[in-house]
Design a binder for this molecule. Sequence first.
Ligand code: PLP
Length: 366
Amino acid sequence: MSLVPKHIKALKPYVAGKSKSEFNRKFKGISPIKLASNENPLGPSPKSIQRVKSSLDSCNRYPDSSGFELRKKLADKYNLNINNVIIGAGSEGIMSNIMRTFLHGSDQIISSMNSFIGFRVLADASGYETTWVPMKNYSYDLDAIADQTNKKTKIIYLANPDNPTGTYFTKKEFDSFMKKVPNRVLIILDEAYYEYTEDLNDYPDSMLYRYDNIITLRTFSKAYGLAGFRVGYGFAHDDLISNLMKVKLPFEPSILAQEAALGALDDDKFLVNSIQLNLDQKYAMYDFFNSNEVNIIKSATNFITLLFTDENTNDSFCNSLLEHGIIVRNLKAFGLPNCTRVTIGTEDENEIFKQGFLKVIERVVV
Ligand SMILES: Cc1ncc(COP(=O)(O)O)c(C=O)c1O
């Protein structure tokens, strides 16, 4: 008899984008650039660093378990009541909390195939039946997701924009979806890349809607540059938030993570620069891929996904770039074996990527 339930045994371990230290263990003497995990290449805001440094001395204490100061600041920024706000150890920490709080009995989950792998791992680990609906042209097929909804459906997870495709669904698509899905279904609207959608007129910012069955998730890991601190936040009806607060691990996020986030919220200039850099560099990268005849998916985020003709070409592209010290993300684990995701870096990093690309591409595309 095994102590491990079948659905846990069947899980594949999560493979994250390679870290620099992992790279250094394998390739000695090369300093790599990391374009694999959609982090902000500008680092944390100086205001975050300042706040973290000045709170190090208080780390013998537990954090305030209600996360009051950060929740209040987020509530003020979005014109909400603090009872509508939750914080957690990354938005993934909140996702995990949502699953533990609301799923029971014969509840089922629906989401999209080939979408955010972090949610896929949580859903598979939960043991609840999950329907993965195929994408249409690398985008969420909201009509098909609505059609799959049945009386056992409890949670629908939507990432908008999506990772790893970078596509987004529009206001029109979202409005029609919300009309079809009953309001007893909880919608997790994961907006991890929300800050990068500023230039899109038809993006449905979920904070401009007031549905009682939607939980909006956002994060400090991307545009705010705090991925290593692990801090995310969610907005929802106070009834949902108060129940999440009962189940949440009481002392997450850590004191330092909360301080870093508070500093980041004080630094609009850093945020604006980060978004602008990304936008400028995204268009420069589009031009580069276009002139080298590489198929890409247009992105509403801080990464671009490349489409190769087959899995072998894709594998050798990623492996050859790695040998040149450039870490990108092979999307095989996301169920997209022909695709590679490249995070948009600083101008210098992107230049290194372009040089590396030109060196390896002739070798891999025959
Ligand atoms: C769509 C999406 N949601 C959530 C996350 C995780 O965010 P966090 O670092 O806040 O857990 C990511 C990170 O890559 C993501 O791409």
